[in-house]
Design a protein around this ligand. Structure first.
Ligand code: G1P
Length: 272
């Protein structure tokens, strides 16, 4: 059973400055909903009841967003506009939120390790809110991955095919297809030059991790930038136990880039 979902949310969002000077990038809205709320809804849909959020300085708005605003609710009630907060109220009623601060920016692996205190000794989901994933025709991406975890009981990572010119933006896997869309990971490399990439299968921001990943992360050497990469820990886990990569069903918007963020806004607006 996967009950907890971790949200690394301590990054500065420099690509979106000046918008992210005083607002966390996770709170940027795609239409009327902040990015992180899409992630939380996906985790809830997948059966998680605890959202473990790794924050940093200047991220208070995230905590306030997932809390009840009695004053606002009171005002909306008198104006008969309570429906505007219906979705967020439902989230607040159906799960709990825990928070921890990442004091130093030392990469995604370090953020996940910081979340250990919230997660404890159990397998858990990870959602990078920048990657907005939608599946109109069935289960959410995290729910699909949890189904796979329930079958194989090992770490699962989401992948998709990308153009070779874009591979240097992602973790890239070297794997063997064992069933349609499911790969046994042999190795992984973080942000390779196109000529060094072992495949065109890029990691997208959804992971199910078994708790031994925390011990592995403790031993991972920092990269050239001094960051601890989850990709390096998963590579070790793939070689010492098992990691599967899964080509998910659905669409992913790269909301960490301006282009992807604008596209998500336009597409989701049209779908309404
Ligand atoms: C992170 C991971 C990378 C993964 C990507 C997915 O990179 O390090 O392996 O492919 O998320 O969005 P970031 O985009 O944070 O640089």
């Amino acid at each position: 059973m996967i009950r907890k979902c971790l949200f690394p949310a301590a990054g500065y969002g420099t690509r979106f400055l000046p918008a992210t000077k005083a607002i966390p990038k996770e709170m940027l809205p795609v239409n009327t909903k902040p990015l992180i709320q899409y992630g939380v809804e996906e985790a809830l849909d997948a059966g998680c009841d605890t959202m473990a959020i790794v924050t940093g300085r200047g991220k208070r708005a995230i905590e306030d967003h997932f809390d009840i605003s009695y004053e606002l609710e009171h005002q909306l009630k008198s104006a008969k506009k309570e429906h505007l907060l219906k979705d967020i109220r439902e989230i607040i009623n159906n799960c709990s939120f825990t928070y921890i601060r990442q004091n130093e920016m030392k990469g995604l692996g370090h953020a996940i390790l910081t979340g250990e205190k919230l997660v404890g000794n159990e397998s858990f989901g990870v959602i990078l809110a920048d990657d907005l994933c939608i599946n109109d025709n069935g289960k959410s991406i995290l729910a699909q991955m949890i189904d796979l975890y329930n079958r194989f009981e090992c770490s699962i990572i989401a992948i998709q095919e990308v153009d070779s010119k874009d591979l240097s933006k992602y973790g890239v896997i070297d794997g063997k297809e064992i069933e349609s869309g499911i790969y046994e990971v042999k190795s992984m490399i973080e942000k390779p030059e196109p000529q060094d990439a072992p495949s065109n299968l890029a990691v997208i921001g959804r992971y199910i991790l078994t708790p031994d990943i925390f011990r592995i992360l403790l031993d991972v050497a920092p990269d050239k930038k001094g960051e601890i990469q989850i990709t390096d820990a998963l590579k070790i886990q793939a070689q010492s136990s098992r990691v599967l990569a899964y080509k998910f069903k659905g669409i992913r918007y790269d909301c960490g880039s301006i282009e992807g963020f604008v596209k998500a806004n336009i597409d989701l607006y049209k779908r309404k």
